[in-house]
Design a protein around this ligand. Structure first.
Ligand code: BGC
Length: 756
């Protein structure tokens, strides 16, 4: 029986029932028709498959699994292939565990460093988030299991997450908060999309027809099914009508009944219910058709893969010649995270790891000359004198001191936000004391989101290891001692202090209203526009070698918005060891009538180069790379003009730049009224032709006529007169003209202007 036939034989009750979960993790079965139940599980950086007691906050145990680096780390790899491989391994483990869908990736934009879930999310940049999400999805789905990209949409804070309204204007949603989902849908067609808890401009995501149907399906072409975040449903009937196919988890039958009643009373079209069921069964069938429950799951191999991935994600933020460490030297590892690394965050993504490897274990296994002092306790914020004294002793006795620091679990988690950007006082005090005792102090950070670094000027190096998964210790030691060359780059800006962040004044909102008043100026889009100092810029990441980019070539100096532009640059390893560089391409509109960021990431490539090796890297840019979201067209639009093409090693380290002129093929329809000002009219070539006689007349009155005296000529020069005219509305012709202008003339003029 095909799916349509099955649906035609289902009762209304069965169909309504199919639109919510059987329990926490399963869809329902209809045995008499051979419809089987499937299981879904968190996600995103490994499996949280619960067998016994269930919950959506990671409280109860799940099966032993492998924890890969979290989103904050994997995004910093800027490596599509790598995250694709991670997806493949997660996909295989899903097959092994008989899971139809893994709940991820989580791609919400990092609007503020405070969001408790930033560790799971990818970036402050929508292009990077979209590219990485698409690669992850393609990786997982290549194993014939589905993904659930989440949380759609504008779920950028944990504070009041189930009731708050993310109030953002159309352009901001389209340019910042939607594209990660859009790219993933267009490039990878996730089997499912998970809608978010929050409202968007007042309407819950779970019952928002514009979001779930118009944008997601009609515009982007999404073909799978939409499921709710766990407990995100408020009005189930409105949800079904809006395009929310599956409610998760089970609603105890309550909402299913409401669907049945709504159909019976004529409030909801049964065809809409049929469609939701068809979408769910189609995905389930896709899984069954290719289910491979005998897929092996080699957890030891995945542990090593996790270490390899972590190695490619770490960002060397600062290095004043101290790294890589010499294996023969005595090194003191200081800080509890050296022994018990923080490698994942709390909540629904929390994995029950089958094993973990700390940096201390990894160093010992390598036979390195490493001592250890605990330095602080993650349980306490205040420093204890005794622990600091021991750490200082260890630091003094060693050639190099490496302090493992960062954020304890309680500082950042799903379910609530941080209240500040600081690290525990005990850890800051420890770093200061160790740095005073040993001039070669290195800090390794384990955190899911930026932290303030009051000690930055006192340490020689900082390695951002993020939440690097259960094998993070292996990767850390390989990077510290030079067996691996660091090649991660920041997927987010590290501001100097929280107050610098563009959303600082508004983040969290007032009661349930969270206004996104900074608009499109999120992350580096804001810091660059304000030309502000930051601690570390977006895209920043050092290496044990150096790179230079040169010879920028553009396929043309002028294109239309229908053409593509090919950009080629030569990347060279100018140092002494092999390494990987992330070639970043930014585009900026040099002059624009709308407020736009100085530069926006529109391409990146990670390339491995041997010492002295050069390679050409090519990017192809299309209309979207130059466009902004135009709220008159409700579409992407390019304004004719010059655009800067910048290629660099971070958003603040541009090696080469060029210029291209892009011509728009779309003429925006202008509507003029008596209140339209001359400046706008004069910017429109066609309008200038219409108003030319008027302009000539004005020139006479304001600037061009014979001044009555020398004093009058000095008081208003011709330039001044014309400048004043700029802001004059058309109706001004009635007030100031020489009596030859009447109302009908103004009306004729407007008619002519609006017929252009
Ligand atoms: C989270 C989702 C997660 C779901 C199931 C929710 O609390 O927001 O990301 O997939 O629970 O555990």
């Amino acid at each position: 029986m095909n799916i349509k036939e099955i649906i035609s034989q289902m009762t209304l009750e069965e169909k309504a029932g199919m639109c919510s979960g059987l329990d926490f993790w399963h869809t329902k079965a209809v045995e008499r028709l051979g419809v089987e139940s499937v299981m879904v599980s968190d996600g995103p950086h490994g499996l949280r498959k619960q067998d016994q007691e269930v919950d959506h906050l990671g409280i109860n145990d799940s099966i032993k699994a492998v924890c890969m680096p979290a989103g904050c780390a994997t995004a910093a790899s800027f490596d599509r292939e790598l995250i694709g491989k991670m997806g493949e391994s997660i996909g295989s483990s899903c097959q092994h565990e008989k899971l139809c869908v893994v709940l991820g990736p989580a791609v919400n934009i990092k609007r503020s460093p405070l969001c408790g879930r930033n560790f799971e999310y990818l970036s402050e940049d929508p292009y990077l988030a979209g590219e990485m999400a698409a690669s992850y999805i393609n990786g997982v789905q290549s194993k014939n299991v589905g993904t659930s990209i989440k949380h759609f949409a504008a779920n950028n804070q944990e504070h009041r997450r189930m009731s708050s309204s993310s109030n953002a204007d159309e352009r901001t949603l389209r340019e910042i908060y939607f594209p990660a989902f859009e790219t993933a849908v267009k490039k990878a067609q996730p089997w499912t999309v998970m809608c978010s808890y929050n409202r968007i401009n007042g309407t819950y995501a779970s019952e928002n027809p514009w979001l779930l149907t118009d944008v997601l399906r009609k515009e982007w072409g999404f073909q799978g099914y939409v499921m709710s975040d766990w407990g995100a449903v408020s009005d189930r009937v409105a949800g079904v009508a809006a395009g929310l196919d599956l409610e998760m988890p089970a609603s105890g039958g309550m909402n299913d009944k409401k669907i049945v009643e709504a159909v019976r009373s004529g409030k909801l079209d049964e065809a809409v219910v049929d469609q939701a069921v068809e979408r769910i069964l189609t995905i389930n069938e896709k899984y069954f058709a290719n289910a491979k429950p005998d897929t092996p799951w080699d957890k030891e191999a995945d542990h090593l893969l996790s270490a390899k991935i972590a190695e490619q994600c770490m960002v060397l933020l600062k290095n004043e010649g101290v790294l890589p460490l010499n294996k023969a030297d005595a090194v003191a590892f200081i800080g509890e995270f050296a022994e018990k690394p923080r490698f994942q965050g709390g909540g629904s993504s929390h994995i029950n790891c089958f094993k973990t490897t700390s940096a201390l274990e990894a160093a010992k296994a390598e036979g390195l000359n490493v001592t250890y002092a605990q330095g602080y306790s993650v349980q306490q914020d205040a420093a204890t004198d005794q622990m600091i004294a021991q750490a200082v002793e260890a630091a003094k006795a060693a050639k190099v001191a490496v302090v493992f620091a960062g954020l304890p679990d309680a500082y950042e988690s799903e379910g609530y936000d941080r209240t500040h950007m600081g690290m525990p006082a005990s850890q800051n005090a420890l770093i200061e004391a160790v740095a005073a005792a040993n001039p070669n102090t290195v800090v390794v950070l384990h955190n899911g989101s930026p932290v303030e670094m009051p000690w930055i000027g006192k340490v020689k190096a900082v390695l951002e290891a993020y939440l690097g998964g259960q094998a993070v210790g292996i990767a850390t030691v390989r990077v510290l001692f030079g067996d691996a060359n660091p090649c991660g780059h920041l997927a987010e800006t590290f501001p100097i202090k929280l107050q610098d962040n563009p959303s600082y004044l508004y983040y969290g909102g007032e009661a349930d209203e969270a206004d996104y008043r900074e608009g499109v100026f999120v992350g580096y889009r804001y810091y660059d526009k304000k030309d502000m100092d930051v601690l570390f810029p977006f895209g920043h990441g050092l290496s044990y070698t150096t790179f230079a980019y040169s010879n920028l070539r553009l396929s043309s100096s002028e294109i239309t918005d229908q053409d593509t532009l090919t950009v080629t640059v030569t990347a060279t390893n100018t140092g002494k060891v092999a390494g990987k560089t992330v070639v970043q391409l930014y585009v900026g509109d040099k002059e624009s009538t709308v407020l736009r960021p100085v530069r926006e990431l529109k391409g990146f490539e990670k390339v491995e180069l041997q010492p002295g090796e050069s390679r050409d890297v090519t990017f192809v840019l299309d209309k979207r790379a130059f466009a902004y979201w135009n709220t008159q067209l409700h579409d992407w639009h390019v304004e004719t003009g010059e655009f800067a093409i910048e290629v660099g090693q971070s958003s603040r380290a541009i090696d080469v730049c060029g210029t291209v002129t892009v011509k728009s093929t779309v003429k925006l329809k202008k509507h003029y009224t008596k209140d339209s000002i001359f400046m706008d009219l004069m910017a429109d070539e066609d309008a200038v032709r219409v108003i030319k006689p008027l302009l000539d007349n004005f020139r006479k009155v304001f600037g061009g006529g014979e001044p009555s005296s020398e004093a009058a000529a000095e008081a208003v020069t011709e330039d001044m007169g014309m400048a004043m005219l700029n802001y004059m509305p058309l109706r001004g012709v009635m007030s100031f003209a020489d009596g030859n202008t009447d109302k009908s003339m103004l009306e004729d003029l407007l008619k002519a202007l609006n017929e252009l």
